[in-house]
Ligand binder design. Sequence first.
Ligand code: ZN
Length: 186
Amino acid sequence: MRAGRLLSDLARGEQKHVAPPPRRVARVLQRLQNGNEMGRYFRQMIKGMSAALEQAHLAASLDEVPIGAVVMCGDEVIAAAHNETVARQNPTYHAEFLVIERALEALDTDRLTDCTLYVTIEPCAQCAGAIVLAKVKTLVFGAYDEKAGMCGSVGDIVRHPRLNHRVDVQSGVEAEACGELSGNPA
Ligand SMILES: [Zn+2]
């Protein structure tokens, strides 16, 4: 009995040794952690949009409509595409539409619930629909498309309250560079 009490006293003593740091230290640690997460978030965003812009430039050099898209999973770009409507004579071959297909193939899955899709211009009705069907977690786009954009401009398919999947949307990222490229200044 006494030995048991002694042991539990010792255990309590040990717990004191590994007690959490004082509140002020904990606060500083938390702030650093938040800063790291924020830094990581912005680094990912810059990486994703730069890669999408690269695809848009590639499209321009091929006389395609200069729109580019990539899908990222964590820090990794898993698929990239640009518009191919001219070369393939198919008005549905938009960057987002093609990149979704390639990302699903790369991950060997039928949904992109852990992925972020970056595209230089606000997606149209077809692509917004595909983004919802593929259950993309986050959409990041550059310039708004006042004429055909279905993620806030003409309508909003990706955040429609009656659809069974809603996408987190970040808009206006590198909007100027994206808009200038497509002749559709933000
Ligand atoms: Zn589209």
